[in-house]
Design a protein around this ligand. Structure first.
Ligand code: GLU
Length: 511
């Protein structure tokens, strides 16, 4: 019988969750869903020094926003909890003891000063099989002295005794066979002097106790995997060892090196799912959500950061990804973080979203700007604007004139497109529009066509003037549909006031 698929996303709450974390969560989620397995969230918070308040809440909020909902985890239920390592701390000692008892670990009493001295003596110092014999530990001290130190309550750590002259072989599902020479591995600390386990011990113990079948995580954890494999062996769990898959790095937009959180600030692009307010401005970051990205667009974009479906298809909902995803199509090489592609996805998702679903976003923007409109009006507005919007705030930025007076006219364009001598002619058009009934885009179109015929005017002369008077800019949706949405009163008002204003602009000396 094949093992039931259980995968975990195991972030450490040390700050905002970088977008790479979301990709790891996503691939775990997809892998689980594809095989009817379980997606678990485990909070790895054993490093008290690096614990940042609010980080766990951030992780949970980011997962909820992107729709990657764990079936087990803190606050999500599950019968293999607790899912926060700090709440499991009493559990790890037993395994450290087992390692000690069976000769796979040892007590080390070296103080911070001892370690500094060792590093000063040898800049390449590693606490490993070559050096352990020179250090203060239970392998070098007489048993009685060790017992005395322990009884006296002296500080110690427990280190893994990495065997010499062995090759640890890992079958990585993405990278294939990866080999590590144990002579290159250090004797990693398993239990710290405060009694807390390190990442390595807690991670392996929890993966076993939570019956994790597959470990899918970032490439930076590949070197640790050698230690993990040794731990599985020493704890007698070799047969239950999960499979390993190490995901490719996410690279800077120019492809040179790993994408870092600072790159976001440097390039003015989001590299976090949600905004994060740290203690200092340098530690505060903007998020995809706050920049106006839709969660499904971000998910689709992130899925392609290291994976491809093997076809030309690019649009995948989370559901479709669950079907299509496979680790076989995850690449080994780093994936370039292409923000333009993220924007492209966002635009596609905005275009394809039902207008109704976008109303809420626009309403929020209106409220933030102290204006309001009916749902029907916003619905029509969304339909008119959505093809021109890349990120959500652009609904307001590009379309505020539908909700309030025009804030600014494009004077340069006015000078180019407006001929003060045509004012009387255009006033005739306003009169005709005033009489249009019903006032909708078709009728407005007919009226304008009739006017052009009658006055012998060209569309190239009339349309820009209408567009500028109604919106202040030359960019925007179809003029007749714009008219219909604005309504007759607003259209007539803007045209009547606009021509005078345009004359003023044309009479003003150019700065
Ligand atoms: N706590 C580790 C992290 O922050 C988890 C690595 C793993 O998945 O094993 O990424």
């Amino acid at each position: 019988m094949s093992k039931k698929v259980r995968v975990r996303f195991a972030p450490s709450p040390t700050g905002a969750l970088h977008i790479g974390g979301i990709r790891t969560a996503l691939y775990n989620y997809l892998y689980a869903k594809k095989s009817g397995g379980t997606f678990i969230l485990r909070i790895e918070d054993t490093d008290q020094n690096r614990y940042v308040p609010g980080a766990e809440e951030y992780i949970v909020e980011a997962l909820k926003w992107t729709g990657l909902i764990p079936e087990e985890g803190p606050g999500f239920g599950g019968d293999k909890g607790p899912y926060r390592q700090s709440e499991r701390k009493d559990l790890y000692g037993e395994y450290a003891m087992k390692l000690l008892d069976e000769g796979h670990a040892y007590y080390a009493f070296d103080t911070a000063d001892d370690l500094t001295a060792a590093r000063e003596k040898d800049p390449n110092f590693k606490y490993d099989s070559k050096k352990r014999g020179e250090m203060k530990n239970s392998l070098t001290m007489p048993a009685l002295e060790v017992a005395k130190k322990l009884n006296a309550g002296e500080a110690y750590v427990i280190r893994l005794k990495v065997p010499e002259n062995e090759t640890v072989v890992i079958q990585d599902k993405i990278r294939g066979e990866v080999k590590f020479d144990t002579n290159e591995l250090d004797d990693k600390v398993m239990l710290k002097s405060d009694g807390m386990p390190t990442y390595h011990l807690a991670n392996v113990v929890d993966d076993r106790l939570m019956e994790i079948s597959d470990v899918i995580r970032g490439e930076e954890w590949l070197p640790s995997t050698a230690h993990h494999v040794l731990l599985y062996r020493f704890l007698g769990w070799e047969n239950e060892m999960p499979s390993f898959s190490h995901l490719p790095l996410i690279l800077k937009p120019d492809g040179n090196g790993k994408l870092s959180k600072r790159d976001g600030t440097r390039l003015g692009i989001p590299v976090f799912p949600l905004s994060w307010k740290g203690e200092t401005p340098e530690d505060s970051f903007t998020g995809f959500r706050e920049e106006g990205f839709l969660p499904d667009a971000l998910v689709n974009f992130m899925a392609f950061m290291g994976w491809n479906p093997g076809t030309e298809e690019e649009m995948f909902s989370l559901e479709a990804l669950c079907d299509a995803f496979s680790l076989d199509h995850v690449s080994k090489s780093g994936a370039r973080f292409d923000i333009d592609k993220a924007k492209w996805y966002n635009q596609q998702y905005i275009i394809h979203k039902d207008n109704k679903e976008l109303i809420g976003y626009v309403k929020d923007q209106l409220a933030a700007n102290g204006v309001s409109a009916s749902d029907e009006y916003i619905h029509e507005f969304v339909g008119l604007m959505k093809e021109r919007v890349v990120v959500l705030p652009e609904f307001w930025e590009k379309g505020d004139y539908f909700f309030r007076d025009i804030q600014e006219y494009d004077d340069k364009m006015i000078r180019k497109k407006w001929k003060p001598e045509s004012e009387d002619k255009f006033r005739e058009l306003v009169a005709a529009l005033k009489n249009a009934n019903p006032f909708n885009s078709e009728v407005a179109h007919l009226v304008v066509n009739g006017f052009m015929e009658k006055t012998g005017s060209k569309a190239g002369e009339v349309m820009p003037v209408l567009r500028l008077t109604l919106s202040g800019t030359m960019q925007g949706p179809d003029v007749f549909r714009m008219m219909e949405l604005l309504g007759k009163d607003k259209v007539v008002e803007r045209l009547e006031n606009g021509f005078g204003l345009f004359n003023e602009v044309c009479n003003r000396p150019v700065e």
